[in-house]
Each structure stands twice: as C-alpha cells, then as structure tokens.
Design a protein around this ligand. Structure first.
Ligand SMILES: Cc1cc2nc3c(=O)[nH]c(=O)nc-3n(C[C@H](O)[C@H](O)[C@H](O)COP(=O)(O)O)c2cc1C
Length: 493
C-alpha cells in the first residue's frame, strides 16, 4: 500500500457512507486508559503552579516563567497542562460520566499515550515512565540511566508519543489512522506550548526507526511510536544524572477490549509510513512553500490577557455554534491566524505543508466568501463570494456547526510535496501539522472568548471541487470551525 492508495480508499462520499457496513459495538469499546500493570506508580503533586503568561503571548513565541522547585512538581505542571483530565460529561439517559482532557480527540477516543524518559531531574528517579491521565500519576517502567539513543539526545526529558489505532478504528474504521495522526499533532502542540509556558524549549523528531523505538520502550504491540519530543531549559529543576544499571519493570499492558479487530487499511498505511534502521534516511528539505498574495491585509492582531493555564483548562470543543447575527472582529481573526502561522520546531517543519482556506460567515469588515490565507504576507485572497453557510456545513458531512460558526476552515495538505521530500512517511507529517495548527486555533479562539471544534469528517472530493483545487494543489486533510459556542448541558466541570 502507498499513502495515495490509503488516502483514496478512506475518502468520504455520499456513496461511501451509504455503502458502509460499520456499526458501533458498544460492548467491545476500547478502554480509553492504558495501564502497564505491576510497576511502581509515582505520584505527581496535586495543584501544580498555574502558568500565568497570557496564552496569545505563548502562542506567539514568548516563554513563560513559572518555576517549579523540584522534578515532581515540574512534571505535574507540564502534564496537568498538556495531557490531563480537565472536565467530565454526564450521559443524560444513564447518568454515566466520562472524562474529557485538555487536548481534544476525535470521538473523545484518545488514541495518544504519553511516555517519557527523564534523566537528572531533582527529587525524581531517572527512568522511563508512562503517564496515566485517569490518576495524574506516572508508571515507572524502568529505573536508572537509560541511554538516550532514542533520538541521540542528551536532553533531560524526552517524550515518546504513541498511538493506539484500535481505539480510534473501533468507531471510525479505516479512516481512523488519519485521526490518530491529527491527534498526535494536537498532543505535540499541547506539550510544546505547556513546556514554553513554563520556560522550556522543545524539539520534535518524526524520522526514527519505528520498531527500534518501540522495542527500546518495550511498548505493547498495539502501541505505535509516532513522535519523539525533547525538552530543554533552565526552568527544568536539575541534578546530576544517576550512574548505575538500568532496572526494567516493564509491566503488563491492560487489555483494552474483548476483541481487537484489525483493519488492513490501517496496518497497510502504518507499514507504508514506517522507517527501519536501514531506511531511516534523514529529513530532506521539501520544495519551498508556494508564494502568493491577497487583496486584504490583516490588521494588528487583537490582544487578550487570558492566562495560558486558565485557557488550557477551560478549552472545550463546541457541540454547535449560536449562528444568528453575532460576529467576530477582523482583529480577532488576525490573532487566530497569526497563532496558526508561527513556526513549529520539528525535524520535518522546515516547509509548511498546510494551506488554510476560510469560509467566512460573520467577520466584521470581511464580506462573506471563501478566502485563502497567505501567512508570509499576512494577507487574505478572496477566491469566492457570497454566503458560505450551507456549503461549509454540507462539505463537513452535513454538520451544522460549520455553518453556524463565524468562520470555518479547510486545511489543504500538500501531500505530493510531502511525499517527494519524505516518501510515504510524509503522509504522517502533513497530518501532524494539521493537528498542530488545529491545536493553536483551539487555544487562540478560547483565549479570545470564542469556541472552536476540529472536524475530521468531510466529503473529500466535494471540498476539492468547491474550492477549485487541482490534485497538484493539494487535498483536504482537516476541517475546523470557530464561533460562539452553544452551552453544553452535559458538561459537569
Ligand atoms: C482530529 C479531530 C477530529 C474531530 N472531528 C469532529 C467532527 O467531525 N465533529 C465534531 O462535532 N467534533 C469533532 N471533533 C471534536 C471531538 O469530538 C472532541 O475533541 C471530543 O469530543 C473531546 O471533547 P473536548 O475537545 O471538549 O475535550 C474532532 C476532534 C479532533 C481532534
């Protein structure tokens, strides 16, 4: 299988949905929480200090400074603001509750797991850990000085983000691999921004030999390593690393559901995008980003003093938006687009592989229509005019929220350019970038008092037709909507 075969096979169309035989087997729903049982579990202190630098400043590249006195507090703070549970919802018919986290996830299924190696953290033993969001604790899978050969890194903290594709495939079938990749993009930015808000730099590595990393971390075979992120900075409370042997506890991975169903499309695309020790070829620069311009220059971005910590813990996906006449300002849109356009720090991020198209419904001073964002120049190019509400909702698989928002987005991925630079593995990078942009859109919108929702469901070819895109100009990989959210009565905290 190639990335193209997978992508073509997982496109939504009216016909593909009508022909789908997929049903949800609730009795076999995968557990959203992984445990490695039988290992020491280390507590992370409750109520870590809140990173209080304004969110928009962090999104625009400023570092915060919320020092933690010791390793446990530092890790608690980092994970509380990047991966922890932040609310719950109640199912009205049964009264059951389920958890929501600081990072969004399609279907709230959370395929991403956070593992980390730490070395030389004050008052925290060196080792390999797995974060358990349900308890805000860390399972210690190995103790001692693990050689940082994962990414050739000497960083004191190295995260390995993994995907459990079955969690997502249970609901979304073969298309689920796309959502796993988006989810990694969201989790990457959740971690990178939390690190920055507490005064650290981060760098993500996506070009690594998959099986070697999986074996190094002794991952259960349903967990696939996707991204390695190292953190550095003076705000990490440090001590001298331990010498001595590594002691492995490993742990038994819990079974997530009675039966795990294999999806050949997912196995196929995962294998196609894997690297081995022999094929790990280094990252080649992609061809330069396309250059263009528009007739509308975006104004100076709006400001907001909402703190990083407050916004992260408040962020939610809107179930729907209010519609009506309430609009957002062009300066607010400018702030949201500026946050999305800031550079990413990763081995695949030299070129930008995503272009943003906007369906403008209600933005002061901007006619309803379709626009393309040119981030280098801070300009919008109008490519279609008139009311876009029915089109935006229709293209998003008939989901009203894309029409009731103030603005909706199509993220167009340059899948061919990515493949020319990185081979099939480039397919992952386009989706990582889309998820990462989505995460920044969520946080910028929330900081400005708005709501947002990522949208993974859209009619692929209809979007291309509507936007007049030739295959060479890219393909839609993610939708998004921002506006005034309708309150959700199921939300508990
Ligand atoms: C990749 C991705 C795709 C999503 N697709 C949709 C979608 O098509 N429709 C929708 O209403 N919500 C969508 N969501 C939002 C999720 O349903 C939401 O994140 C999840 O229910 C958890 O809620 P929270 O974001 O408030 O934590 C998507 C989220 C992500 C990250």
């Amino acid at each position: 299988m190639t990335w193209r075969e997978y992508h073509e096979s997982t496109k939504h169309s009216v016909q593909s949905l009508r022909q789908s035989r997929h049903v949800l087997d609730w009795a076999n729903m995968p557990d959203p929480f992984r445990h490695y049982q039988g290992v020491p579990v280390l507590d992370l202190p409750a109520d870590p200090p809140t990173p209080d630098t304004p969110m928009l400043q962090v999104l625009n590249g400023d570092s915060g400074n919320t020092p933690a006195g010791d390793g446990p507090t530092f890790l608690s703070q980092l994970l509380f603001y990047s991966a922890a549970i932040s609310a719950s919802k109640r199912v009205q018919s049964t009264g059951d509750r389920y958890a929501l986290r600081v990072n969004p996830s399609s279907g709230n299924l959370h395929p991403t797991e956070f593992h980390f190696l730490s070395r030389g953290l004050k008052d925290w033993p060196d080792g390999l850990y797995h974060y358990i969001p349900s308890a805000h604790m860390a399972e210690q899978r190995a103790a001692g000085n693990l050689e940082m050969r994962l990414s050739g890194s000497s960083a004191p903290i190295v995260f390995v983000l993994t995907s459990i594709a079955w969690r997502e495939a249970w609901k979304y079938g073969g298309r689920a691999y796309r959502y796993c990749l988006h989810d990694i993009g969201h989790a990457w930015q959740a971690l990178a921004l939390a690190a920055r808000a507490i005064g650290c730099d981060s760098f993500a590595t996506a070009d690594f030999p998959d099986d070697a990393v999986g074996q190094f971390c002794r991952l259960h075979d349903d967990e696939w390593p996707m991204l390695i992120i190292e953190l550095r900075g003076d705000s990490i409370p440090a001590r001298t690393p331990e010498a001595g042997e590594t002691v492995w506890y490993g742990g038994r991975a819990n079974r997530l559901s009675t039966e795990t169903i294999e999806y050949p499309l997912i196995t196929g695309i995962h294998n196609a995008t894997k690297r081995s020790d022999h094929t790990c070829r280094g990252i080649y620069p992609a061809e330069p980003d396309p250059q263009g311009f528009g007739e509308i220059t975006l104004p100076t971005p709006a400001l907001s003093q909402s703190s990083f910590g407050g916004v992260v813990r408040r962020r939610r996906s809107a179930l729907n938006f209010k519609g009506g006449a309430q609009s957002i300002t062009l300066t607010q849109l400018s702030a949201i687009l500026a946050a999305a356009a800031r550079p990413f720090f990763a081995d695949f991020a030299d070129a930008r592989l995503i272009q943003l198209y906007l369906y403008v419904h209600r933005i002061d001073g901007l006619e309803p229509g379709v626009y393309r964002h040119w981030p280098q120049r801070g300009e919008l190019e109008r490519i279609g005019s008139g009311d876009q509400r029915v089109a935006a909702a229709g293209l998003s698989l008939g989901q009203d929220l894309a029409g009731n928002a103030c603005v909706a987005f199509s993220m167009i991925g340059d899948l061919d350019r990515a493949a020319r630079a990185h081979g099939d593995r480039g397919y992952r990078y386009v989706h990582f970038e889309a998820g990462a942009i989505g995460h920044r859109l969520y946080l910028a919108a929330e900081a400005l008092g708005l709501g947002a929702t990522g949208i993974g469901a859209f009619y692929d070819e209809d979007v291309h037709g509507y936007l007049g895109l030739s295959p060479a100009q890219g393909q839609v990989v993610y939708h998004f909507a921002i506006g005034y959210p309708v309150p959700d009565p199921r939300l508990d905290a």
